[in-house]
Write a protein that binds this ligand. Structure first.
Ligand code: 5GP
Ligand code: MN
Length: 312
């Protein structure tokens, strides 16, 4: 972390970027950090190549997020990758920056970055940003607190997943003291579905197949069309089958244009699902990972099942 602190103190212009298909940790950590850097007098751009999902639009300061990488913002900037560790994952392949810093908690690493701070044991990138701001002696305003609390809440499943420690609960308490409203935030993050989204959820769950300890569900383009929803409306669907005591792994396949399938993987306990994601050029965490496939659905399912059975 020391090197990151030095790099922040020694530079004036930053380009913060987070991963494709961003979640609450991606947006919350980037916006929270962006607000803090601004109040330090730095010039800041916050970039999310896929834009801000509806579920995150309540976050204060989120209007600063842009989804277009402009030369004037990149030129002379130090890149800070948050919640990811390759240019490709941030939708920035082919761009060059003066310098680059990686702040991430994914266990699937790459060697990218002049300064790298990667802590797979951290529950969220939001918790790393919190530590960084403490080290920088930076005040946590209510707006920053709301972003960081949301980031941590999402990545710990609101303090339920295996990454929930005494440390993270203490941090959450400090963020609430600093002005984050835990009830309001979880209301916005979890009780904000449209009826259309709920119908999509019903269709997705109706597609569920159980293969022993593996639950597999499918969301097709037809389902999006039928319910008037889009790709981001499936967020958290993959978690639900884990409520069954017999299910150890949940997989959701989401259809994209051109025979492409985006796969979300979730597991319980010690089952390291990132091993499966990595086999198919994806990545993530022990209990939450993802990857993509091109091909027909029967083929994709079979390849996934074979690979899952190997690790179970
Ligand atoms: P989700 O299933 O919610 O899209 O992603 C779960 C976790 O896996 C997130 O931490 C996300 O960053 C990571 N992830 C999802 N898809 C990919 C991928 O294609 N490549 C890599 N490296 N990580 C992914
Ligand atoms: Mn994260």
């Amino acid at each position: 972390m020391r090197e990151v602190v030095e790099a922040i103190k020694g530079n004036g212009k930053f380009f913060l970027a987070t991963h494709l298909n961003p979640d609450g940790d991606a947006i919350g950590s980037a916006v929270g950090f962006g607000l803090a850097l601004k109040s330090m007098g730095k010039q800041v751009t916050v970039y999310a190549s896929d834009g801000v999902p509806a579920i995150c639009r309540f976050l204060p300061g989120v209007d600063m997020v842009i989804d277009e990488a402009k030369e004037e913002d990149i030129s002379g900037s130090t890149l800070i990758l948050l919640d990811c560790n390759t240019l490709e994952r941030a939708g920035l392949k082919g761009f060059t920056f003066k310098r680059s810093i990686v702040i991430d908690h994914h266990q699937t690493e790459s060697p990218f970055g002049d300064v790298r701070w990667v802590e797979p044991r951290e529950p969220a990138t939001g918790s790393m940003v919190f530590r960084l701001l403490e080290d920088l002696g930076q005040e946590i305003t209510p707006d920053i607190a709301t972003n960081l609390y949301s980031a941590i809440a999402i990545d710990t499943g609101v303090f339920r997943y295996a990454n929930t420690t005494a440390d993270v609960l203490e941090m959450a308490a400090l963020l609430v003291r600093a002005g984050a409203d835990p009830v309001e935030i979880t209301e916005r993050l979890y009780n904000s579905w449209s009826p259309d989204r709920y119908r999509l959820f019903s269709l997705a769950q109706a597609s569920l197949e159980l293969h022993g300890p593996i639950a597999m569900s499918i969301v097709t383009l037809g389902m999006f069309q039928e319910t008037g929803t889009t790709g981001e409306d499936t967020e958290t669907f993959v978690n639900y089958p884990l409520v069954m005591d017999t299910v150890k792994v949940s997989v959701m396949l989401k259809e994209k244009e051109g025979d492409v399938w985006k796969v979300s993987l979730r597991s319980k306990g010690d089952i390291d699902i990132s091993r499966v994601a990595v086999q198919f050029n994806g990545g993530g965490h022990r209990n939450a990972s993802g990857c993509s496939f091109e091909g027909n659905i029967a083929d994709v399912k079979q390849r996934l099942l074979n690979s899952l059975r190997e690790i179970l």
